[in-house]
Write a protein that binds this ligand. Sequence first.
Ligand code: ADP
Length: 190
Amino acid sequence: MKNIVLFGPPGSGKGTQAQKLESKVGLRQISTGDLFRFHLGNSTELGKKAKAFMDKGDLVPDALTIEMLQSEVEKYPDAKGFIFDGFPRTAPQAEALDAFLLSRSTSISAMILLVVGEDELVRRLLERGKTSGREDDQNEEVVRHRITVYHEKTAPVADFYSAQGKFHKIPGEGGIEAIYASLEALIKSL
Ligand code: ADP
């Protein structure tokens, strides 16, 4: 099994690349952002709890996020691997993911960081906000807050995988196809 953590700040292109990997390499994409948006859109109990955090650009509490992620993984017992997109975003999430995968006799193969400069991130997110309908992409203050939260809470997760010798990074600027080519080559080499 290959399990990849696709990592990077908001707007770094994780979702775009994860979807391509799913269709071309057959690893199943699990995006916690998409899952939360599904719950929000359907006004589920989880959606109601997550809404206030998401609107502000804050992280949803770990316990809710971890439980949602685990039940999603459990839906696909036959998957040949997963691409985790937007998870783990905190150290406790990373620890919980390791323990959960171990209980299923598997583990993370690699974490791959998409490197994108801050000005480019803000530009991409505000551009996406014009068409995506995502409110958290339409307000520059919320966009910048999400990037700050990334630096404070999420970026340290890279150290967790680095300590396990699993950290890799590739450039996340340039054409989507060129980025995908480096990503696919890296994953195939694992
Ligand atoms: P982006 O990476 O563009 O900020 P996502 O679509 O991955 O956006 O996530 C949108 C929002 O969903 C986040 O701002 C956060 O509120 C919530 N979220 C997504 N994944 C997580 C997570 N692993 N832990 C906590 N909150 C999360």
